[in-house]
Design a protein around this ligand. Structure first.
Ligand code: BT5
Length: 252
């Protein structure tokens, strides 16, 4: 597959091996090399792929590693067609990105992906994709790893899986890239009012017992979905509700 149909104003930069596509995106931003359109940075493998809190993202060749750089919420300049976050609060972005990953997986497989707060996409309860969003100098880096051909068989917090486990024939990484970037662009340019509802409708673990982990601290309750800012709602004893804007959630 040589010709890829990316949305207009998208510049694709492909690497063989790189430390991390998010790090490369941040270097390009710092060096003023992003320009007007959206920039899509991919690599066949990463030597230092990262998750949140500097955790490791296992980055074997055959899987997708991509960072999409979009402009922040500044005013759109006249005539500017940059893909930019005009319509969405940044708090919606992890959910919107997860949905774009879900769209992609649904197009390629017959599975129904579920979304685990804050940023995981699961198939059969196994992690198939993760999202790392970083903001720098009025740019937003949307980093996404999707397991296509392989996954770490052990050593991950949740069991993992990959797209090719659910397809009749093997899917090309660049096909997954093309679908994902188009789905992301479409969702970024659409009305976002229903994003959180759509995410919640396929959320993993709603109404289940959940424990929020924040470093050493653990807080347990019942997971009741997310509020208008994307914060996790935990119902404690006596129906008291607490909101969490970051952390990891474990379901029991
Ligand atoms: C994430 O972090 O899930 C975000 C992963 C983002 C990776 C992309 S790849 C392109 C771009 N460049 C980067 O350097 N990063 C982004 P978090 O929620 O913190 O989950 C990390 C945890 O997932 C690890 O601690 C492992 O338990 C597990 N894990 C690591 N590699 C995995 C894989 N390939 N598949 C499934 N689980 C994995």
């Amino acid at each position: 597959m040589d010709n890829m149909n990316l949305p207009p104003n998208h510049r694709l930069i492909e690497h063989n091996s790189i430390d991390s596509t998010n790090l490369e995106a941040k270097r390009l931003i710092a060096d003023g090399k992003i320009g007007q359109g959206a920039v899509v940075i991919t690599a066949k493998s990463q030597t230092s792929g990262r998750g949140r809190l500097d955790r490791k993202w296992v980055s074997a060749e055959g899987n997708l590693f991509v960072s999409v750089v979009v402009k922040g919420q500044g005013k759109r300049e006249k005539g500017e067609e940059t893909l930019s976050l005009q319509r969405s609060p940044i708090s919606h972005l992890p959910f919107l990105t997860a949905l774009a990953i879900g769209d992609t997986i649904k197009k390629l497989t017959k599975t129904k992906p579920l979304y685990k707060w804050p940023n995981d996409v699961l198939v059969d309860g196994k992690k198939i994709s993760g999202v790392l969003i970083e903001t720098i100098a009025n740019h937003i880096v949307i980093g996404v790893g999707i397991n296509v051909a392989s996954y770490p068989p052990e050593g991950t917090k949740l069991p993992a899986t990959c797209i090719n486990n659910y397809t009749g024939k093997l899917v090309e990484v660049r096909k997954v890239l093309e679908l994902f970037v188009n789905n992301l662009d479409r969702r970024l340019n659409a009305d976002m009012v229903h994003i959180l509802d759509e995410w919640t409708a396929s959320a993993y673990g709603v109404n289940k017992n959940a424990t929020i982990q924040r470093g050493e601290k653990e807080i347990s309750g019942i997971f009741r979905g997310i509020d208008v800012n994307g914060q996790l709602i935990l119902e404690m004893e006596g129906s008291r509700r607490e909101m969490f804007s970051f952390g990891d959630v474990v379901f029991r």
